[in-house]
Ligand binder design. Structure first.
Ligand SMILES: [Zn+2]
Length: 141
């Protein structure tokens, strides 16, 4: 299967399952992200306990890319420490900016690395980074 097909499958799978799209009880941090270009309006809810992301989920409405990118990010950062998650956000946002990444770094991003193509689709960059920007704000608090 080509990378493009894998990416499409992944986006569809996350939108269909919606396993990260729900209200998170007792969230310690809530950050809303809005992308007026596309109409994406998603809210990230994070439960931070002693420097570890113990749980996360999102709510709102947005295009398939924005919701899948958010959901994949949540899968990736759950259970990570604040510094690990910050490192992943930096890697991801750098990748979308088109900075070259080592094999090892792309591996750390797991499924999120499939969004690399967004660096060649300027109109969709904001969709694919919305969740990560929300996360960055939360982690800097
Ligand atoms: Zn969008």
């Amino acid at each position: 299967m080509s990378m493009d097909n894998l990416y499409t499958e992944l986006v569809m799978m996350h939108n269909k399952s919606g396993h990260n799209k729900h209200l998170l009880e007792h969230a310690s941090h809530i950050e809303r992200g809005h992308n007026p270009n596309c109409g994406d309006d998603l809210t990230l809810q994070v439960k931070l306990e002693e420097g570890v992301i113990t749980d996360a989920a999102f709510l709102g409405s947005g295009c398939a890319i924005s919701q899948a990118a958010m959901s994949i990010m949540i899968d990736l950062v759950k259970g990570k420490t604040v510094s690990e998650a910050k490192n992943l956000a930096e890697l991801y946002l750098g990748m979308i900016r088109g900075e070259s990444r080592s094999e090892e770094e792309l591996e750390a991003l797991a499924d999120a690395a499939l969004f690399e193509n967004l660096s060649k689709m300027p109109a969709r960059v904001k969709c694919g980074t919305l969740g990560w920007h929300c996360l960055t704000v939360v982690l800097d608090k």
